[in-house]
Ligand binder design. Sequence first.
Ligand code: SF4
Length: 260
Amino acid sequence: MLNGVDLINLSDEDIRRARLAEVALVSQGAMNSLNPVTRVRKQIVDSFYDHGVRLTETEQTERIAGLLRRVGLEPEVADLFPHQLSGGMKQRVCIAIAISLRPKVIIADEPTSALDVVVQRRVMETLRSVQEELGAAVILIGHDMGLMAQFVDRVGVMYAGKLLEEGAVQQIFAKPQHPYTQLLMESLPSLVSKGALQGVTGAPPSLLNPPAGCVFHPRCPYVMERCKVEVPVFRITGEEHQAACHLLDEPQKALQRGSS
Ligand code: SF4
């Protein structure tokens, strides 16, 4: 739902209009989402034309220069091809395109993958500043829990297409309730505890034939018989925190788990 409109029920034409104008995507791998044989200017102008925004040449130039400056790039970048840009610059061009029609929601799908940490930081700072300026909501998709901790207000942990845990970022990081979230946290390197990193054993399931019961049960170290047949429902675990795990119905086991 966006502003009371169910996007799922929109016609093809209405959803096309809503894309970019209402909901924009900053996709994973900027190098693959830009057209390599088209100059940056044309790729930004396309978004205007496709949404019925008609501008004079001068207005176009000014608007593109403004968008590029907004993401920390010089206006001259408009005349370059994507292959002439670094990875970080390409990702910023993608952000410039995403904000060109001032959307209300920006979906950023792993926007910093394949970038080094310094460029990663700059891209995230750019995203945060445009978010604040537009007043847009950002949905950040990713596996980098450290990045999540720094950027988001709320976290939703998903596995095999299902939401397993959801809550305020401080609560999720201070007291993760779902075994999958806990394992994700344990897989992060720590400056304090040295030694081998913990991972999640096994492999992700096929989404064509997901496991019955709890989707995480084939990989869960705390699996019980009921987990294999019964889908866990969400339980409130804190003021702004909920998780879907059968252990939450079994305080004794949850206690043992906490002390293990
Ligand atoms: S419901 Fe069962 S299998 Fe799923 S995460 Fe909880 S303990 Fe593990």
